[in-house]
Design a protein around this ligand. Structure first.
Ligand code: MN
Length: 721
């Protein structure tokens, strides 16, 4: 059959199956694929396009929708040709493009042969295929490749067969797609154990007539009985598939001639009630083998399979299996998940992913079987995504929690890889090390022996405890000196912003009880531990706070009741909760008693006091938020302390004598002048900057009033900046 006929045939079949299918789109997809693969040939010399068309045929057989058929036709376009996602999306829509893209990605996976990886791989395959149709198309692709595998080199045949047996057949099984599963298994077995396979083929061949006769007899017997009873039925009889016989032989350690229940009969009826009726008739006609009856109708298999199974002994003493089901159950058994599209055909041409997933989820969650748990979890990887699967450049799967970064990945490989990490590539491109890994990403860690090791902020970028522990371990070991510096800095900053600094520094008993509590022999050890992340600053601070409160309570008890507990300040300012600490007045806004003030814990030393309306307070950077603390004027002390410096700016018209008058008023009010300078601006205006000592705001306000009354003075303001 030439290609033109082949595609016409395919389209005819689609039309028959689903009159609402978009055959123009399918034909266009074919033309596209045909052009893209022009000149390419398969291993056996056939034009390449035969492969995608055959894959599309399997997809039609599964009963999938138009988009899946188009994607099947173009599934190798992205990989093998210059054809790109955008082109497909433009011509066929994003749905088709996503399907092709998904299948292409699955095709790029590398499989290692380690058994323990297989389960992860199966899960990942499902997780990666955001749309279950991607898996179905991939299964069709694999099935056709397996059918034509004989042209591959022998080594490739074996590795592809192993992969099929370990990954694709189980997936087909889990999706309930028996027919594909059986074929995949038999094709794989043929390459993996050619001798064992041939033994069964030969054995079956020897007994072929026997089997055929027996099956014919049984069909007739059961059929007649059911017809008499008025149960509409269709009966098919077959020899079981080769791999299932193979498994039996090995499990029971028997030869092909010792395996009896090789034949199976399937009865399809119209209703569930009929299923049970048929079971009764079959058990009347043949003697059932005890323990072999299984009711998968009341308890469906994890993959949604429903049927009644029984094994009975035939007239010649040979056992055979009978499966009884309705047409609907049969479709489900043959096509599994794909039956979803089969049923829906003609009902609605568009089905959203969400709907599909809801259906699959429902299917899976209704299963109680513990064997199903893994699979449900695997599906959930995608539906609820709490895991992510990525690859090493060699193709090994690494399973990480969702949100994990290349740093987690690096430490997952080996601590040396993490410690030497300098950057990373995701799917061959340089990426940021805090990138959240996506399913299927190929992650390459760039390392260097020269690197100074992990950074502290990596601890905020990781998800796994493994990476956390290894990074902490590194800091603990590698840079004690730095840890001490960093730890001291962190702790001091927190102590200051919690206003506990003085207590901690000046009270050895508080220090000691904190060290004892956490088991550090010295303050230096505590700093080091904070530095490498062995203990959090918060933990230490909480302990210091507890101890401070305890110590205060003790002091209160020990003090005579008559003594007023008073906070003394040398500066005239009380820093919240601390009392007497180093205080300086900010030069930018020169606060004086009466001003609303706020304190800033300086990086160097002490607290700097600003006016609340100071521009530096308003423009303070967010990182400094914690450094601002409450301060207040110490009413008791202000009377004692003489003067506070502040700055004024007087703007004038440049009249001779204004400066003199200003000085006169300052002198009359006994105000100490620290600095005084005037300058003439253009356009006849002048500015006088004055720094004076005052007792407080009331004195200053009175003074400003007097200065404003001078003729030629435009304004008097306090200086800020
Ligand atoms: Mn292919």
């Amino acid at each position: 059959m030439d290609m033109k006929t082949k595609i016409d045939f395919l389209i005819e079949r689609v039309q028959k199956q689903n009159p609402s299918a978009n055959v123009e789109k399918i034909r266009a997809a074919y033309e596209c694929a045909s052009a893209a693969h022009e000149g390419q040939r398969r291993k056996n010399g056939d034009p390449y396009i035969i492969h995608p068309v055959s894959v599309a045929e399997i997809i039609v057989e599964m009963g999938l929708d138009t988009d899946s058929i188009c994607a099947g036709l173009m599934h190798d376009c992205m990989e093998d040709t210059d054809f790109q996602y955008d082109q497909i999306a433009e011509k066929f829509g994003t749905s088709v493009a996503n399907l092709v893209d998904g299948v292409t990605r699955l095709g790029q996976l590398h499989y290692s042969k380690e058994q323990e990886q297989m389960e992860d791989l199966r899960k990942m395959l499902i997780a990666m295929a955001k749309d279950i149709r991607v898996i179905l198309i991939k299964l069709a692709d694999r099935l056709h490749n397996m059918r034509t595998i004989e042209f591959m080199p022998e080594e490739k045949q074996r590795s592809k067969s192993l992969e099929t047996m370990e990954i694709y057949a189980p997936i087909a099984h889990r999706l309930g797609m028996q027919r594909i599963k059986w074929e995949l298994e038999d094709l794989s077995l043929q390459r993996l154990d050619p001798v064992g396979y041939q033994e069964i083929v030969d054995g079956l061949e020897r007994q072929r007539n026997e089997h055929a006769e027996m099956l014919e007899r049984i069909k007739k017997t059961i059929g007649t009985k059911l017809d008499e009873s008025g149960i509409r039925n269709s009966i098919s009889a077959r020899v079981k598939h080769i791999y299932s016989i193979y498994r039996k032989m090995y499990a029971q350690n028997k030869s092909i001639d010792e395996i009896y229940d090789i034949c199976a009969v399937r009865v399809i009826v119209e209703s569930v009630a009929d299923c049970y009726n048929v079971l009764g008739y079959v058990h009347d006609l043949y003697k059932p083998i005890p323990g072999r009856f299984k009711d998968y109708i009341s308890t469906p298999k994890p993959n949604g399979y429903r049927s009644l199974h029984t094994t009975v002994i035939g007239r010649s003493g040979v056992p055979f299996e009978v499966q009884i089901r309705t047409e609907e159950m049969h479709k489900m058994a043959e096509y599994g998940v794909a039956a979803h599209w089969k049923y829906k055909q003609g009902v609605s041409s568009k089905d959203s992913n969400e709907e599909t997933y809801a259906w699959i989820r429902q299917l899976l969650e209704s299963q109680q079987d513990t064997e199903a748990e893994d699979f449900i979890k695997a599906i959930k990887v995608d539906l609820f995504s709490d895991e992510v699967f990525v690859f090493t450049p060699k193709g090994d799967v690494v399973n990480l929690p969702a949100g994990a970064t290349p740093i987690d990945f690096a430490y997952g490989i080996h601590s040396a890889v993490g410690n030497r990490m300098t950057g990373c590539k995701i799917n061959g491109r340089i990426a940021s090390i805090d990138y959240a890994l996506q399913n299927g990403d190929i992650v390459e860690i760039l390392t260097s022996k020269e690197t100074r090791g992990p950074k502290r902020d990596w601890l905020n970028m990781i998800k796994t405890s493994e990476a956390r522990n290894k990074i902490k371990q590194w800091f603990k070991k590698e840079c004690r000196e730095e840890n001490i510096v960093q730890g001291r800095e962190d702790l001091d900053r927190e102590l200051r912003s919690s206003l506990l600094y003085t207590h901690f520094m000046e009270k050895p008993e508080i220090q000691q009880s904190v060290l004892t509590k956490f088991g550090y022999p010295s303050l230096e050890e505590l700093y080091a531990a904070i530095g490498y992340g062995g203990i959090t600053v918060t933990k230490v601070i909480n302990k210091v706070r507890d101890e401070t409160i305890r110590a205060r309570k003790k002091e209160e008890v020990n003090q005579p009741l008559t003594t007023n507990k008073q906070v003394k300040s040398d500066s005239g300012v009380i820093v919240e909760d601390i009392g007497n600490c180093k205080v300086k007045f900010a030069r930018c806004c020169t606060p004086i008693p009466g001003d609303d003030i706020i304190g800033y814990i300086t990086r160097g030393y002490g607290v700097s006091v600003h006016r609340k309306d100071c521009v530096n307070v308003k423009n303070s950077s967010p990182e400094d938020r914690d450094r601002w603390i409450k301060v207040a004027w110490d009413a008791n002390h202000i009377e004692v302390k003489e003067r506070f410096s502040t700055a004024l700016q007087v703007s004038t018209t440049d009249r001779m004598g204004v400066m003199n008058e200003v000085l006169q008023i300052l002198a009359n009010n006994h105000i100490n002048v620290r600095d005084f300078n005037g300058k003439t601006l253009s356009e006849g205006f002048g500015i006088i900057n004055i720094v004076i000592d005052v007792t407080g705001l009331s004195q200053l306000d009175a003074l400003i009033k007097k200065l404003r009354s001078i003729k030629g003075v435009i304004n008097v303001v306090r200086q800020s900046t």
